[in-house]
Ligand binder design. Structure first.
Ligand code: SF4
Length: 289
């Protein structure tokens, strides 16, 4: 995999650490590979950190599953913190490795205050979470991981990738978050990219966003009334009722974002996330506002 240069003008500067993963998420947009790539990518990423602009606002660390790097992940985070002291570090992880409290604490210390870990939460029902993660026991390990991250003072972004298997539980997931995970920094409801496993498993998991808007808005309403920071990622503004558009973010990375013909006359284009250029078809129901 060729990594793009770190560019201060981009909204997506990422260190890709491995194609390997210990989950097999049913809607993974970038299906994992069984390949020995950690060492090579580690060396490449060290060079990229050393060459990065010192005033870079944010750097992502992703995979695959970055915690499969073990100690090397702590070394990478330490190097970013040393070279780029003011840069926010955002790690995307399935959270399972953070069931190891000591490892979590050392990672937290390496990252310092500006460390955020994004962790997926697929369902409040453990069996559904495990099915979506493609791994038995994932729910319990991720929950322990979330508590360890919070205990180590790490800011957590809780990510809910919306799909046909979990959308009916959005409201009960919101209640579960309030009762059990109230320490999270923010919650992101995320539209699915229609690529990779999402296409392969389309019959089981694909659902058009327009079909789950009522469940999404009821969960967002609940969480916002309890004063959580709640966000909607990857859903175009025209699919959301007007009063919920303020929760939507321009979340799609600049290199894989596109607008279609319908958008050319839309007055909301500047504030809209648009569509994934990587998805093999646009969402249904788009209309110029
Ligand atoms: S028409 Fe296009 S630009 Fe306008 S809200 Fe919909 S997706 Fe966004």
């Amino acid at each position: 995999m060729i990594q793009r240069d770190i560019d201060i003008k981009s909204n997506d500067n990422t260190l890709f650490t491995t194609s390997q993963c210990n989950n097999r998420c049913i809607m993974c947009c970038q299906p994992p590979l069984v390949t020995d790539d950690i060492e090579e990518l580690y060396k490449e990423n060290i060079k990229r950190i050393m060459q990065a602009p010192k005033d870079l606002p944010m750097i992502g660390i992703t995979g695959g599953e970055p915690t499969l790097l073990g100690e090397k992940l702590i070394s990478l985070v330490s190097l970013v913190r040393e070279q780029l002291p003011n840069t926010e570090i955002h790690i995307l992880s399935n959270g399972r490795a953070f069931q190891d409290g000591e490892y979590t604490m050392r990672l937290a210390q390496a990252g310092g205050e500006k460390l955020v870990v994004g962790v997926p939460f697929h369902s409040d029902y453990y069996k559904d979470h495990d099915i979506i993660a493609g791994c038995k026991g994932a729910f319990n390990e991720t929950m322990i991981g979330l508590y360890n991250l919070a205990g180590a003072g790490v800011c957590i972004e809780l990510r809910i990738v919306m799909n046909a298997l979990n959308y009916k539980r959005f409201y009960s997931m919101a209640q579960y978050i309030h009762r059990n995970l109230s320490f999270v920094g923010w919650i992101a409801f995320m539209g699915m990219e229609y690529v990779g496993y999402a296409v392969k498993h389309s019959k089981n998991i694909w659902i058009e966003p327009i079909e789950y808007i009522p469940e999404l808005t009821s969960a967002v309403k609940y969480l916002s009334e309890w004063k959580y920071d709640v966000n909607i990622y990857n859903i175009p503004l025209c699919l959301l009722p007007e009063q919920y558009r303020r929760f939507a973010q321009k979340s799609i990375s600049d290199w894989k974002n596109k607008f279609i013909e319908t958008c050319s006359t839309c007055t909301h284009k500047h504030d809209c996330c648009g569509l994934f250029s990587t998805s093999i078809k646009p969402y249904e129901g788009l209309k110029s506002l």
